[in-house]
Design a protein around this ligand. Structure first.
Ligand SMILES: Cc1cc2nc3c(=O)[nH]c(=O)nc-3n(C[C@H](O)[C@H](O)[C@H](O)COP(=O)(O)OP(=O)(O)OC[C@H]3O[C@@H](n4cnc5c(N)ncnc54)[C@H](O)[C@@H]3O)c2cc1C
Length: 386
């Protein structure tokens, strides 16, 4: 199974997707503040995602997989209203991409379940294995016609609400990129439990937890990809998932900018007053330039990928994630400053954007790790072709 190059009608389709996504996202307006305060993902949002056909739209239907641009449009629209909802969907799309890439005999069934709304978690990180994934300790041993998985995963998004996890585990002792394999593990498997949840500064409605695996047995067919192919699959997936985090970031940056425009356009202070202070006006204009630049970088990369049917290169994916998340942080932080005192109240949306934005610089590979990935490929980059 693979993705094919985009057809010439793709532009209109993407515009329709963007409209659909923005209309749906508007329904989320009333949820983020309460979900953030309660640190709980509201099941009503899950119901909305299913009832409005969001899962089919983000994954693609009728035998065609959704393009990267389609997925990013959705994620951007969701993140502009509710970052936790965007991350819920993004995590599932990440797993979906790995499964698609793997060509597993059960890929078709698993992807159909995703279109029907099965929530997934992606289980790579461990207490001692973050940036350095080869340090992972979780192991999978062949036993009869299946595998016995033992270990613990840390900081896993969708923990507790996922029905399935894609768990990366060591199938050989030595430290090598061929020592790790990927397995589908249902959340109700004997021996799987959620050990604890993180109380986070941002993305508070997105549940993040430790997934404990105590001799969890899975059939051999649950291995996704070949034995020892886990790291290869994970790295190829990053070329898809990092632009998705770029889209979350563009959504947060845009959301923060929109909140700023509302804040300065209302009440005691309004935009024309602020614009009269030229320095302030320039500051707002600078933020608008940043949002536009991030958005154009993101969709330049996704459009090129979709038109060729190839994954973005690792350096393009890393550049997109790093730049867009830096923009999200800058826009949220500076918008907060410009909007002033009203935006620091704990129920004000701008301070929530600020707390969410910080995490975007850290997960899916910190921005330092993105720069390492960029440096590795820079020797072969020909900017004339971009
Ligand atoms: C909210 C949230 C949700 C998450 N969801 C998931 C999930 O669903 N599934 C999952 O598997 N993981 C998930 N993660 C984990 C995330 O991907 C890791 O946190 C991230 O990859 C960074 O790893 P670390 O936190 O262990 O940092 P570390 O690897 O401990 O790094 C610490 C610091 O050292 C720097 N550093 C480390 N190595 C290098 C190097 N070689 N060169 C330069 N600098 C370096 C880093 O940039 C960072 O500043 C999530 C994390 C968060 C915060």
């Amino acid at each position: 199974m693979s993705r094919s190059a985009a057809n010439p009608h793709q532009h209109d389709e993407v515009q329709n997707v963007a409209l659909h996504a923005e209309r749906f996202a508007a329904l989320l307006e009333s949820f983020p503040e309460k979900m953030d305060r309660l640190e709980r993902f509201d099941p009503e949002v899950l119901a909305l995602l299913s009832d409005h056909g969001v899962w089919r739209s983000v994954h693609g239907s009728g035998g065609a997989e959704a393009s990267l641009t389609t997925q990013c449009r959705w994620i951007e629209a969701l993140a502009a209203k509710c970052t936790s909802t965007a991350v819920l969907v993004q995590s599932q799309l990440t797993v979906g991409h790995t499964i698609l890439l793997s060509g597993s005999p059960i890929a078709g069934r698993l992807l159909e379940e995703m279109r029907e709304g099965t929530i997934w978690g992606w289980g790579l990180t461990e207490a001692q294995a973050g940036s350095d994934i080869l340090s992972m300790q979780t192991s999978a041993h062949l036993e009869g016609d299946g595998y016995l998985i033992r270990g613990s995963k840390r900081f896993i998004s969708n923990a507790g609400i996922a029905s399935k996890y894609l768990i990366f585990a060591r199938t050989k002792r030595e430290r090598s990129s061929k020592s790790i394999s990927a397995f589908v593990v249902p959340s109700n498997a004997n021996g799987l439990s959620i050990d604890r949840y993180e109380h986070k500064m941002g993305l508070r409605a997105s549940p993040t937890g430790d997934v404990l695996l105590e001799d969890v047995r899975v059939p051999g067919i649950h291995m996704i990809g070949e034995l020892g192919e886990g790291v290869g699959l994970a790295l190829s997936t990053l070329r898809w998932s990092r632009p998705l985090i770029g889209a979350v970031s563009v959504g947060v940056a845009r959301g923060a900018f929109e909140h700023l425009m509302r804040a300065v356009g209302s009440g005691e202070r309004n935009l024309s007053d602020l614009a009269r202070h030229q320095a302030k006006g320039h500051h707002i204009a600078e933020l608008a330039i940043q949002v536009l630049a991030a958005k154009n970088l993101l969709y330049g990369v996704t459009t090129r990928a979709d038109s060729t049917g190839e994954l973005p290169s690792m350096w393009e994916a890393a550049s997109t994630k790093a730049f867009c998340s830096e923009v999200a942080m800058k826009v949220a932080s500076e918008a907060l400053e410009i909007a002033g005192r009203a935006s620091v109240s704990i129920d004000a949306p701008l301070q929530r954007c600020y707390r969410d934005a910080k995490i975007l610089q850290i997960f899916e590979g910190t921005n330092q790790i993105q720069k390492n990935a960029i440096m590795k490929e820079l020797g072969a980059v020909n900017f004339a072709q971009h």
